[in-house]
Design a protein around this ligand. Sequence first.
Ligand SMILES: C[S@@+](CC[C@H](N)C(=O)[O-])C[C@H]1O[C@@H](n2cnc3c(N)ncnc32)[C@H](O)[C@@H]1O
Length: 288
Amino acid sequence: MRHEIIKENDLIFLILDERRRWLVQVKSGEKFHTHRGIIEFNDIIGKNFGSVVFSRPFETQGYKFYVLRPIPSDYILHMSRKTQIIYPEDAGLILTYSGIGPGSRVIEAGCGSGALTCIIGNFIRPNGHVFSFDISQKSLKRAKLNIKKAQLEEVVTIQYGDILNDDLQQENVDAVVLDMATPWNAVEKVKKYLKFSGTLISFSPTIEQVKKTVSAMKTGDFIEINTYELIKRKIQVKENATRPEIRMVGHTGYLTFARKIKDIKNPYREQKPKIQEKINMNGMPLRD
Ligand SMILES: C[S@@+](CC[C@H](N)C(=O)[O-])C[C@H]1O[C@@H](n2cnc3c(N)ncnc32)[C@H](O)[C@@H]1O
């Protein structure tokens, strides 16, 4: 059972209004400065998650702030980031279409800012592990900080590793997640880490990347190769004005999933040669 009373070092999601909200760690005796006054952590320690706190000085500020327990989408959208991150809706699809769950062992490359790492780390707890690799020292540093902030260090290892050239020293992992510029070059390399029936997931912002990645997966070692795009619309609910919000994120990326198999030729039925669809990198799909 998770504790309900806020204590020293807890992460809280502090909300002033729709736009002003922060992910902060509670430190007794310390203060959090906002342009709507000062929040003293001592005013929060000992309260329940879901309470309110007022900014000091009460006489001149006295704004109401809500204190929630952060959920994965709060970590993602409010963490320190420099690289493009995976959005919560895409992370949700990754979890449900990959079979990643408590106890799973997952390889991820690259870790970027660690947004997806946080989501997966949160789900594989308490016995699973995420092995997250990147080749950029800046990304590694930022992801480590974000993982520490999310208090996931026990189930996540962030380390230097080039998924295209290094031996990542893992085997039989449940899933491999690729979010990097050239995932198609990694497909063959990561196959050896993945257990049979395990899932390979690739996130790419462009169709050109997807075509190359799917083509690399169509070698006979993967089945159930499917690509999706999710469009999330937030709905504004107001008296006589309920409709989708006018501004939205129009595109995040495409998600491709594939399951690793150990295929053998059917000894009982003669098989007609399959018409294999090949992908012409420069244009439309080709037929043999
Ligand atoms: C878009 S970011 C990943 C964002 C991450 N999924 C998140 O949610 O924060 C892509 C990362 O892939 C890393 N990368 C590129 N090539 C790589 C490789 N060969 N091996 C490991 N990481 C790589 C980059 O350095 C970059 O940090």
